[in-house]
Design a protein around this ligand. Structure first.
Ligand code: ARG
Length: 325
């Protein structure tokens, strides 16, 4: 597409071209289907000694976004592969780069998985093609209500406990599960504001081992916006245990502070209507946010009791007064 109009080594700005997949709808990941070539052109494979270990996503010509738990290894043994549809065999559109710099979030906590995010700088810029281009990132004021349809992609295993990864990139669609409900499903306190959950309560569709670091994206009009990074889960695709993703919108400032030239495209994702998660509750969760209705009821109750005391006071004066007469 625009590879024909742009000079070979001159990319259009990432903020302008981000999130546009030239390929229309065509998922292992669990319960998914094969993805057609070029449908997810930001999908990267992070390899250690040439072996796929994690996913990642291209955010501009020089950087991929990944999970902090994926990059515990020295950068020298890592490579990032882009434009790939299959892990084996020939990929005519494939480009590979070594890693020049790894920036793990300084507050990443391996015990709680909080802030599971890392930036990897490629050894040299990549040229955008129909098969290699950046994704847009959810801006910090983005809102994802429960039920928002999301897509996850990766070369992770297709069943819990399996060891073989699929050859063809897998895709699967799963709805967002709000943080209140997700906390109730895991243990209250497990899901921080820096996380976002997605999955089916009945199970069967999920990311799994080897998908980590890869993107969860949401479509808004014509662009794909990355809302999450595959982070963790209890098993894979189990009922009532959705996948947990790093909430990308919480890191706009952090990402921008490190990715200066060719800034990535941050786009606000908007959910309309009411978020059913706001009224979700279970024991241990902080009380539901007070609604306007109950606030006004309290006010009117308070003002009527004030009116009562005023009338009692007047009545008392009237009685005293009548005694006086
Ligand atoms: N931590 C896993 C990895 O390193 C990803 C787990 C995702 N699990 C899930 N049930 N969604 O690949």
């Amino acid at each position: 597409m625009f590879a024909a109009t742009a000079a070979a080594d001159e990319n259009p700005s990432s903020a302008i071209v981000c999130g546009k997949s030239p390929v229309a709808t065509g998922t292992r990941i669990v319960g998914g289907q094969n993805a057609s070539a070029g449908r997810w052109p930001w999908q990267a494979s992070l390899r250690q000694f040439g072996r796929h270990i994690c996913g990642a996503s291209l955010i501009n010509k020089d950087w991929v976004l990944c999970a902090a738990h994926c990059v515990g290894f020295p950068k020298i043994i890592l490579t990032v592969v882009l434009g790939q549809q299959t892990q084996q065999g020939s990929n005519p559109n494939e480009v590979s780069r070594s890693v020049k710099l790894i920036i793990k979030h300084p507050s990443y906590d391996p015990n709680t998985n909080d802030n599971d995010i890392a930036l990897l700088k490629l050894s040299s810029s990549v040229t955008f093609t129909d098969f290699i281009r950046p994704v847009c990132l959810a801006a910090d004021n983005s809102v994802f209500h429960s039920g928002t349809e999301s897509w996850i992609t990766g070369w992770g295993v297709t069943a819990e406990g399996e060891s073989l990864s699929p050859n063809i990139l897998q895709e699967v669609e799963v709805p967002v599960i709000g943080n209140r409900q997700c906390n109730c499903l895991y243990e209250v306190g497990t899901i921080t504001d820096n996380m976002i959950c997605a999955g089916l309560l009945e199970g069967g569709k999920d990311s799994c081992q080897g998908d980590s670091g890869g993107p969860m994206v949401n479509r808004q009009n014509t662009v794909w916006i990355q809302s999450g990074i595959v982070s963790f889960g209890k098993g894979c695709a189990r009922p009532n245990l959705p996948g947990v993703y790093t909430r990308v919108s919480r890191y706009q400032e952090w990402i921008s502070s490190h990715v200066c030239s060719d800034p990535p495209g941050f786009v606000q994702f908007i959910s309309t209507g009411a978020d059913s998660d706001n009224t979700y509750s279970c024991s241990g969760l902080p009380p539901l946010p007070t609604s306007t209705a109950s606030t006004s009821r309290t006010t009117s109750a308070r003002s009527s009791s004030k009116q009562n005391s005023i009338s009692y006071f007047l009545l008392l004066i009237a009685i005293l007064f009548s005694f006086h007469m």
